[in-house]
Design a protein around this ligand. Sequence first.
Ligand code: ATP
Length: 353
Amino acid sequence: MASVTFNNVSKKFGEFVAVADFNLEVRDKEFLVLLGPSGCGKTTTMRMVAGLEEATSGDIYIDAERINGVLPKYRDVAMVFQSYALYPHLTVEQNIGYPLKIRKVPPEESKRRVAEVARRVELETMLSRLPRELSGGQRQRVALARAIVRTPRVFLMDEPLSNLDAKLRTQMRSELKHLQHELQVTTIYVTHDQIEAMTLAHRVAVMNRGVIEQLGTPREIYSDPRTLFVAGFIGSPPMNLIPGEARDGIFTSAGLRVDGLGQASVPRAVLGVRPEDIHATGAGGRDANLVAPIYSVELTGENTLVSLRLGAQLLTLRADKNFAGQIDQPIGIKVAADRVFLFDGESQRRVDF
Ligand code: ATP
């Protein structure tokens, strides 16, 4: 059992509030991702669990134990950093075994456990190498092996994949997910990469300016965003966010008209629609929500991203990979009205209709 609970936790650096009145319960065996842009307070939140920063106010618990003020080494957590933080003069075997050495685990048992985790992360043939003789991906696996060589109560991972190239990152992502499932250790994982968050997490806490904007499963965060910030942060390419006006259930903005929004009336409205929920129709399509010339066409492989100009901004839709339209050619688009979101531009919150 190891849940991590934050009760009204704040962290200030001088006058600057990095984390503000933070409340969260990370459940036992959960993979929880703290997701947000640079500077939103993710790392600070995690460092407070590790004991590398002290909360200015509020309480942090691991299970029933209040850990504020407890020295890091007595918290029984293991951290993996983006920078690996390996000892350059120690071999892979010594690096992985280091946490066992400082806990005075007998050498025989330590050797056995190091060999076992090295096998798990496919480093068993590299035990005698030094970190500088490894690739970035291999170094990252040493850092991971060092964290899992003993079973801590909690894993804390701070952007552990961000130094890897795209291919290795995808591979390590699934390895990490599998490993956490196998080890069943409560994990807090920090990232600004929404794909990483969506693929790894049981639940995601989307952070902005030191507070949680929304907490939910990846599916909830994607399909039920409660604020403009969450709507714009999740999804690639991101959701189209179109400022305009909603009156009696009809949204209008620079030539775009979407009806079927119940009775909603919002003077400063923002309509949110994902590229995958807009469909191209013929230019003469009478039921089109908008007819406009194509601004750009990008084939990504599995789809084609098509952009149209809408007032001062671009509207992007995800079309079929065989989409044949050309730049400047007019097309019509149909917005799936049952898939759009309406936000109040003043409060930044979603308006239900
Ligand atoms: P990143 O993804 O860039 O690491 P983050 O969300 O993890 O961002 P934090 O590292 O938690 O952000 O920092 C949150 C805010 O607190 C930032 O504005 C940062 O400048 C500030 N901050 C962090 N540590 C300190 C410190 N020791 N002294 C002063 N300000 C700090």
